[in-house]
Design a protein. Structure first.
Length: 105
C-alpha cells in the first residue's frame, strides 16, 4: 500500500510533505525545517492519516508546529502536536470553531 504522504527533500534542513491522494484544490504543502535548537513544522495537512509519525525529530529536540491559517488543509493534524501556534488574529477561532468551520475561514 502506498504511503499517504509524499516526501521531497529540498535540502539538508528542509523537507516538504504532501498528501497526494487529496484533491489538489485542498492539498497544502507541509514543511519541516530542521534548526539547531528546535525544528519547525509549517502546516499539518488534512489530518486524514496521522502526521506525527512521519516527522523525524531527535528525541528531546523541540518541535514547534505553526498553522499559517485555519483552512482545513492546514490544520487537520495540528492536534497531534503539543507545541503549536497560529496567527494571533485567528486565536479566538482556533479555540471555538466547530469541525465544519475550517471550510469557511
Amino acid at each position: 500500500m502506498p504511503s499517504w504522504f509524499s516526501r521531497s527533500v529540498v535540502d539538508g534542513k528542509t523537507t516538504m510533505l504532501t498528501e497526494p491522494f487529496v484533491h489538489a484544490y485542498v492539498r497544502a504543502n507541509i514543511w519541516h525545517l530542521r534548526g539547531r535548537d528546535a525544528d519547525l513544522l509549517v502546516d499539518t495537512g488534512m489530518g486524514i492519516c496521522p502526521l506525527a509519525p512521519q516527522i523525524e525529530t531527535p528525541q528531546g529536540k523541540p518541535l514547534l508546529v505553526v498553522a499559517t491559517h485555519i483552512h482545513l488543509d492546514h490544520v487537520g493534524s495540528l492536534h497531534e502536536f503539543p507545541l503549536r501556534a497560529g496567527p494571533r488574529m485567528s486565536a479566538a477561532r482556533f479555540e471555538t470553531m466547530d469541525e465544519a468551520a475550517t471550510y469557511a475561514y
